[in-house]
Design a protein around this ligand. Structure first.
Ligand SMILES: [Zn+2]
Length: 102
């Protein structure tokens, strides 16, 4: 699984719209992984690369074993638009490891 594939998988789960609550957090459950959307914010911002409007805030991907990785919501758009994702955007190795176990 590539970084982009992991993020597209998360984006697909988030599009379902079926949020749930776990331990006071809001998000989506996929296997052993909880996609925590508690860090999302109201409002939109334009993409610095293409100008498209996108949501604001952070997503935290939490594995039931305690590992977690956080990244800005804009990466969902980056993955789908084909914009480059760098090591400054996300700990890609950890993200792929967690999502491979989802
Ligand atoms: Zn863009």
């Amino acid at each position: 699984m590539t970084t982009e594939e992991a993020i597209r998988k998360i984006a697909a789960v988030c599009r379902s719209g079926n949020t749930l609550k776990e331990g006071g957090r809001t998000g989506y459950r996929i296997g052993k992984v909880f996609i925590d959307t508690s860090g999302l914010q109201r409002g939109v911002v334009s993409c610095p690369r293409c100008g498209a409007l996108m949501g604001m805030g952070n997503i935290t991907v939490r594995h039931d074993d305690g590992r977690a990785v956080r990244f800005n919501l804009r990466l969902l758009h980056y993955a789908e638009a084909g914009h480059p994702i760098t090591s400054r955007d996300v700990n890609a190795r950890l993200l792929v490891a967690i999502m491979s176990d989802a």
